[in-house]
Design a protein around this ligand. Structure first.
Ligand SMILES: *[C@@H]1O[C@H](CO)[C@@H](O)[C@H](O)[C@H]1NC(C)=O
Ligand SMILES: *[C@@H]1O[C@H](CO)[C@@H](O)[C@H](O)[C@H]1NC(C)=O
Ligand SMILES: *[C@@H]1O[C@H](CO)[C@@H](O)[C@H](O)[C@H]1NC(C)=O
Length: 243
């Protein structure tokens, strides 16, 4: 190999390795933003209702998701297949970090948690890493991953989410997505037994739980997700600050 060719190869290799850096630098300048053709995830609408079909290691459930960012609240109403885990579970999250997990049918239960993270922000996917395109459930999707926490698939045509997969393998298939739908205020009221000081099921922070009921499992899973999500957010902020 001749010496000049050797240098050209070296230079090509380096400019390939360094190519993300100029992209990051140009992203700061609004005029040059159009040069970047890496798709970014659509922010979540400020309010929506989605019906999610969930699969967690063959354990299936439907979740009614009511996302309401302006009012600082998020609701997951979880129906296990054929009520395997008992009555529907209501998971109500407030932006002040308080989460409630309860049933409205026998057996009446309520658990609460205080976390240092609130409801997901509409732009929570900012900074996600683009993975390319894939066919998912019959839709051509753009795919991203964020901080080893979530893999997210969005319909190329409509920009609606089609599917997401948590790092645990828990998968959500988005069956309906009604932008602007809002659940009545009355439905957001946690039942009175969530506020009884003598309720032994009410815990302040996560505690190792021995019971294997669905309420506890979902409660602990939520806390794990929240912690990881918090970590993911910190990580992305950290990376953004490095640019
Ligand atoms: C649920 O996920 C498992 C993999 O964890 C897969 O084998 C199974 O086919 C899925 N079931 C449905 C109904 O999607
Ligand atoms: C957070 O807000 C909810 C709903 O208003 C309320 O029930 C809960 O007590 C609040 N938590 C804290 C720690 O203030
Ligand atoms: C908890 O207190 C409420 C009233 O404050 C009472 O009605 C209920 O019976 C109590 N529950 C237990 C398990 O002591």
């Amino acid at each position: 190999m001749s010496l000049p060719l050797f240098f050209i190869l070296i230079l090509t290799t380096f400019s390939f390795l360094l190519s993300p850096a100029p992209t990051a630098a140009t992203a700061r300048t609004p005029q040059t933003q159009k040069q970047s053709d890496t798709p970014t995830p659509a922010p979540w609408p400020e309010q929506f209702h989605a019906l999610l079909f969930m699969n967690y290691s063959n354990s299936l459930s439907m979740i009614d998701l009511w996302y309401d960012w302006p009012r600082g609240r998020n609701f997951n109403i979880i129906h296990d297949q054929l009520a395997h885990g008992g009555p529907p579970l209501f998971n109500l999250e407030w932006n002040n970090g308080t989460s409630f997990f309860y049933t409205l049918q026998e057996p009446l239960r309520c658990r609460s948690a205080q976390l240092d993270v609130g409801v997901l922000r509409p732009n929570w996917l900012d900074g996600a890493t683009y993975l390319g395109r894939a066919h998912v459930n019959g839709f051509l999707c753009d795919a991203w991953t964020k901080a080893d926490f979530i893999w997210y698939y969005q319909d190329v045509e409509s920009s609606r989410p089609v599917k997401w997969v948590f790092y645990t393998g828990r998968t959500a298939h988005v069956m309906t997505f009604e932008v602007g739908a809002v659940l009545d205020d009355a439905a957001w009221q946690a039942p009175v037994y969530c506020f009884h000081k003598n309720d032994t099921d009410t815990t302040k922070e996560e505690q190792p739980q021995k019971s294997d009921n669905a309420l506890t499992i979902n409660h602990n899973r939520l806390i794990q997700h929240k912690k990881k999500e918090h970590h993911a957010h910190k990580l992305s902020t950290f990376l953004i600050n490095q640019l």
